[in-house]
Design a protein around this ligand. Structure first.
Ligand code: HEM
Length: 367
């Protein structure tokens, strides 16, 4: 892929190039960051933040990939400072102008997101982590499985949105969607195998706290901000969700990429893919389902099934990490509650049953 030199990230950035960059000479400071976090040494953390903070002029002269890498690295230190109880931009007001300039340049919020923490973060020795602990690396690895695939799923949804339900192209894209969304199952299986609820709740969750920038407050790099909400919106949620989940979906829009933002409005106001295929089946001839329609319904069912399995397992993990005796916070790092997760899990289950219902399983014609 080409590095786009336009004024914002429109999806055409070279992720590998960004991962390679170290514009603030932060590589060598990682061990001191982990040491300061382990010791709860806020003065040392603020000293690191002061040392790496670029001036506004330097920030403005940066290339787009350098801007992304800069906010990634500032973000890890800001999250660390906040974890120990200090608002980074209150402690160092000079942070605000460079953060805002990079936010404008990239078309993203003026702090780091899950895309910075995962997608644009190198692996191996240079991996930016809050703790340096193997379990943090494994938690990150679990999101590394699904984030790129869900981002690709958004592109596939764009194709599905304009394809005719019942066309072979729709069926092919729906199959691709099922494969990409299936990664959520692998993500949660990895977490269940490798990350304890206690480590999540007590060690890592505090680093994802929100931070204040001027009058605004921005959430940290939460896994809740992988673009699953956007995929859901087109797949089923635009017309089969409730106001609680839709509110969460729309509030998560600012944590994604700029070119995804209009899709929240567009897809939110359009019939979902599930509703479109159910409508097409109802309008079609009774008893015999054309092959492409059969394939489309089957692939959307498989996608919903993956989401149901992901959410069932995810809810179990989240309940353990947010149990009274374990949790440090009432709400998740994405601003939602266990109640919200319970609700989404039952909505997606209902949707799977609904879509499975009208599709005659054994009758398909060759056309
Ligand atoms: C121990 C690990 C985890 C715990 C305790 C946990 C907990 C939570 C909680 C409490 C929420 C509620 C909303 C919020 O964050 O404010 C949430 C949402 C969410 N989390 Fe996790 N999570 C974990 C791992 C993951 C992983 C590995 C993924 C994979 C990408 C993930 C994806 C999501 C998504 C997409 C949401 C939005 C709600 C939904 O779509 O169901 N989480 N999580």
């Amino acid at each position: 892929m080409q590095v786009k030199t336009a004024n914002s990230l429109r999806g055409f950035v070279d992720d590998e190039h960004i991962r390679h960059l170290d514009p603030l000479d932060f590589d060598i400071r990682l061990p001191s960051l982990w040491e300061a976090n382990a010791a709860g040494d806020v003065r040392a953390l603020l000293a690191i933040l002061n040392d790496i903070l670029p001036s506004l002029e330097t920030t403005k002269a940066m290339s787009l990939p350098e801007s992304v890498a800069t906010i990634r690295d500032l973000g890890i230190v800001m999250g660390s400072v906040k974890r120990h109880g200090v608002e980074p931009v209150v402690a160092i007001p000079e942070l605000e102008a460079p953060l805002r300039a990079i936010g404008e340049r990239t078309g993203m919020i003026p702090r780091d997101t899950i895309h910075h923490y995962i997608r644009w973060n190198p692996t191996g020795r240079r991996e930016r982590m809050y703790t340096g602990e193997p379990m943090e690396k494994l938690l990150m690895a679990s999101v590394r499985i699904s984030l790129p695939r869900l981002s690709a799923a958004v592109d596939v949804c764009t194709a599905l949105h304009t394809a005719e339900a019942g066309d072979l192209d729709f069926a092919l894209a729906a199959n691709e969607l099922a494969a990409l969304v299936g990664a959520m199952e692998d993500s949660i299986d990895t977490v269940i195998a490798d990350v304890t609820p206690e480590f999540f709740a007590r060690t890592i969750r505090p680093y994802f706290e929100d931070i204040r920038i001027g009058e605004d407050t921005f959430l940290g790099p939460a896994a809740a901000h992988v673009p699953l909400a956007l995929v859901d919106l087109l797949l089923w949620a635009s017309d089969h969700s409730d106001s609680e989940y839709l509110k969460f979906v729309h509030e998560s829009a600012i944590y994604g990429l700029e070119h995804w933002r209009p899709l929240y409005q567009e897809w939110g106001n359009a019939p979902s893919l599930a509703a479109r295929v159910i409508g097409a089946l109802e309008r079609g001839p009774k008893g015999e389902v054309p092959l492409a329609m059969h394939a489309s319904v089957e692939a959307l069912c498989r996608t919903l099934r993956s989401l149901m399995v992901f959410r069932g397992k995810h809810l179990t993990v989240a309940r353990k990490a947010y149990a009274d005796e374990v949790r440090l916070y009432e709400l998740g790092s994405g601003g939602g509650s266990i109640g919200l997760l319970t609700n989404i899990t039952s909505l997606v289950k209902g949707m799977w049953h609904m879509l499975r219902g009208p599709a005659p399983r054994n009758t398909r014609s060759a056309t």
